[in-house]
Design a protein around this ligand. Structure first.
Ligand code: FAD
Length: 280
């Protein structure tokens, strides 16, 4: 069964653009990706509320395509009052899906806030709004970078499911075995929610290496070596990326992954190419 035919299907993540040109470009990206009938779009949120207005604006822009759009919401650096207000605003405007995160505060920015971890945020959303929202949470097949151990991180992930999350989206990874191992271990802990792999298309090696170091995603040595060898040859990097990511998605879907969530970085082309290859 292809990801597109699967009940959970595909989804695409965006960040709120900062410039007029970025906003304009996103409209074309939105329409190109909406044509693939994703199950949902999602829009990231800057911890501490730093992108709140832009996230809301972008969510509204994305929803105009007719695709259900989930704002990300994070608790670090926020208090319950501000979160309550934001939840009320989302309810009033008929938003019914959220991606609930702890978030990361930029260094030097304020205290941690009233809710320390994402499981506490999920509990808070359920206490405040019952079953109104479908809630997705983050999962880390290769462990969250601050986790003391894989086991502890897995237990913390299970807390989020028990707190009332409906589904999980993983951090991106390039080794499908990391995903299968994580899912198997989560099931043994009694976690039943769908765990959707997060897919990062490869278009730029320097950016990918920087992101991956920051979020603890492993770029296997064979991929690093090959990508480094391409240097500035962006055409070869993209062709290699397309092939590697298509193969990764095939293995994930063949192994039972319940959908694919693409980190688009506000670009359509790389995700579309992978989807076309998967259909073929
Ligand atoms: P948590 O689940 O709270 O985990 C954070 C750390 O604390 C982990 O090491 C965990 O093991 C530990 N922990 C968790 N619960 C407990 C507990 N009860 N007791 C003790 N330790 C605990 N960031 C943004 O700023 N904006 C976004 O829009 C955004 N979107 C994302 C979307 C996805 C799909 C993913 C995978 C990540 C996203 N992030 C985003 C990044 C995320 O905010 C960071 O990875 C952050 O460091 C952790 O958030 P979390 O919700 O996974 O935290």
């Amino acid at each position: 069964m292809s990801a597109v035919e699967h009940p959970l299907g595909i989804s695409f993540e965006f960040f709120p653009p900062t410039t007029d040109a970025g906003k304009e470009k996103l409209l074309g990206v939105r329409d190109a990706l909406a044509a693939r009938e994703p199950r949902f779009f999602s829009v990231t949120y800057g911890a501490g509320g730093s992108t709140q207005a832009r996230t809301t604006q972008t969510v509204n822009t994305m929803r105009q395509s007719g695709i259900n759009t989930a704002p990300h919401i994070s608790c670090v650096g926020s208090d319950k009052g501000a979160l309550r207000e934001l939840l009320a605003q989302y309810r009033e405007t008929d938003i019914n899906s959220l991606v609930a995160l702890r978030g990361d505060l930029p260094s030097g920015m304020g205290g941690t806030g009233e809710l320390r971890y994402a499981n506490e945020l999920v509990e808070f959303i359920r206490e405040e709004t019952g079953d109104h929202f479908e809630i997705a949470v983050a999962a880390y097949p290769e462990s969250h970078p601050q986790a003391p151990s894989f086991e502890r991180d897995l237990e913390n992930f299970a807390r989020k499911a028990r707190a009332g999350a409906n589904l999980a989206i993983t951090q991106y990874f390039f080794n499908p075995d990391a995903y299968f191992h994580f899912v198997e271990r989560a099931r043994k802990l009694g976690v039943e929610v769908p765990i959707i792999p997060g897919i990062m298309p490869i278009t730029n090696y320097t950016k990918l290496a920087r992101f991956s170091d920051a979020c603890g995603a492993d770029i296997p040595r064979w991929m690093r070596k090959q990508l480094e060898a391409y240097g500035d040859d962006s055409e070869s990097i993209q062709a290699f990326g397309e092939e590697v990511i298509t193969r990764l998605c095939e293995r994930l879907l063949d192994g039972g992954a319940p959908g694919l969530h693409f980190y688009t970085l506000n670009q359509a082309q790389a995700s579309l190419k992978v989807l076309d290859n998967l259909r073929a």
